[in-house]
Design a protein around this ligand. Structure first.
Ligand SMILES: [Fe+2]
Length: 473
């Protein structure tokens, strides 16, 4: 039987019906308790949602009917107050297969997506009910160094996860609260949020967490979700990515400096209304936009430190430009901006090549007073070998800061687009002579220096000299 949900509510819940339709799940409304009983008795439904304000027959009566006649039917109560004492006093909360979802979360963007995902998990997964939380917890004997922290406010509920999730007790002990293959409902997260600010995953699961955040980001790409939620998801992913740089052998001090600069630049952008509007618009158009902007600013800052650029204000100016490089894309027609550069026709590519100039003009209209930022944005696709656009300028005619940002942006795009780890990305670039020639050579050297692990550097140098031999042969 195809899946079909009976939605018992005083009026239509459009978000819910649309959400179910997108998942090829049918739905039917029942506007009174009587209708609910009648429809359920026909046995045509795979799940039921009941709004607490359903007309005729109070909610507890409907739930009692379900428990007596079809106790296996997954049922979700949509209630403004999930701790509703009237319901709990009837002992309904101990009934199996009944879950509570905050009904406000189905109507208030950006919370709407949390509510719908919770419903999905409650109705169609084998996730454990709220009452099972305590028995689910499991003590783990691992050290602090094995765990990676996630802010609980940033944790996304609903989706089945491919990694274990832990909380840390005041004794310092870690307890597993979510197993791989299970899902987390928002009420369950809320329960832990009362006690702690953070959840933990194993460092060995960091890649899976990045994949999870990116998956959610893709899932939200076409949805009307507030940009702040998308940015928060990207931040999670980026946070774990930058953490993984430690394992790649990158100097922890450089990482901290880069992160600090990116944090303050993001605050500066948020403070300028028109700039933030364009920044959010770009994020809405492209789920990878924030990751690429952040990583470009992050790597630019780290290269600048290695180049021993002394001026803090120059580094901040450069990082600001790096974060805003692609805002000109918001002025490009959707049918072109939605394509990858390699998929564009020559005519479309010509239009795409105008985005540096458009971005530069956008920034000039804001309160930003630095002239350097529009100039860097204008030159962010200009390569040192003259193969870039829009003007095909060669190294000597490019600004130093633009050359740093070009290197960082190329690298950020390269690893995000190809889903590569930073070290693998670097190795691919260095072993390809055509790619290497695109960059200013001293800047490339300083970029490589970020990766300080001597063993890894040695293997890079070997592949570098081998490819040089091939080139000169
Ligand atoms: Fe660009």
């Amino acid at each position: 039987m195809a899946k079909k949900v009976l939605i018992a509510a005083p009026s239509d819940i459009v978000n819910l019906a649309t959400f179910l339709k997108e998942k090829s799940v049918g739905s039917q409304y029942a506007y009174s308790g009587k209708e609910v009983q009648l429809e359920i008795s026909k046995g045509n439904f795979s799940a039921l949602t009941v709004h607490e304000n359903i007309a005729k027959h109070p909610l507890p009566m409907i739930l009692n009917y379900i428990q007596s006649n079809c106790p296996e039917l997954p049922t979700v109560v949509l209630s403004k107050d999930v701790d509703n004492k009237d319901i709990c006093s009837l002992g309904v909360e101990t009934y199996k297969n009944i879950r509570y979802i905050n009904s406000a979360s189905l109507s208030d963007p950006p919370e709407v997506i949390y509510g719908l995902l919770d419903l999905e998990s409650a109705l169609f997964s084998n996730a454990k009910a709220t009452s099972d939380i305590v028995s689910d917890e499991e003590d783990i004997s691992k050290d602090d160094v094995d765990f990676s922290k996630i802010a609980i406010k940033d944790f996304i509920s609903g989706k089945v996860v491919q990694f274990d999730v832990f909380v840390m007790l005041s004794s310092g002990k870690y307890v597993k609260i979510l197993h791989t293959g299970d899902s987390f409902t928002s009420d369950r997260i809320a329960k832990y949020a009362k006690k702690t600010d953070s959840l933990y995953i194993l460092k060995s699961d960091r890649e899976k967490y990045i994949e999870f955040s990116n998956y959610m980001l893709d899932k939200f790409a076409d949805k009307q979700v507030h940009p702040s939620l998308k940015i928060s998801l990207s931040k999670n992913s980026i946070e774990k990515f930058t953490e993984s740089l430690f394992d790649e052998g990158i100097n922890p001090k450089s990482i901290q400096k880069g992160k600090k600069i990116c944090g303050s630049i993001h605050k500066l952008i948020s403070a300028d209304k028109s700039l933030y509007k364009s920044f959010n618009k770009l994020q809405n158009m492209d789920p990878n936009a924030y990751s690429i902007s952040y990583l470009t600013a992050f790597f630019s800052s780290m290269i600048a430190f290695n180049c021993e650029l002394k001026s803090a204000s120059s580094i901040e100016t450069m990082a600001m430009a790096a974060m805003l490089l692609d805002i000109g894309m918001t002025e490009i027609p959707d049918e072109i901006s939605g394509k990858k550069a390699a998929e564009m026709t020559p005519e479309e590519h010509k239009v795409y090549e105008t985005h540096p100039a458009l971005g530069s003009q956008l920034v000039e209209k804001t309160n930003i007073i630095s002239n350097t930022i529009p100039q860097i944005i204008m030159q962010h696709h200009e390569a040192s070998d003259g193969s870039g656009f829009p003007r095909g300028l060669k190294d000597i005619r490019l600004q130093m800061l633009s050359k740093i940002v070009y290197m960082a942006n190329f690298f950020a795009f390269f690893i995000v687009d190809r889903n590569l780890g930073p070290f693998d990305g670097l190795k691919k670039i260095i072993s390809d002579p055509d790619l290497r020639d695109k960059f200013n050579q001293p800047i490339l050297k300083n970029f490589i220096k970020i990766f300080i692990d001597p063993e890894k550097l040695a293997s890079l140098e070997t592949s570098h000299s081998q490819s040089n031999n091939v080139k000169s042969a």
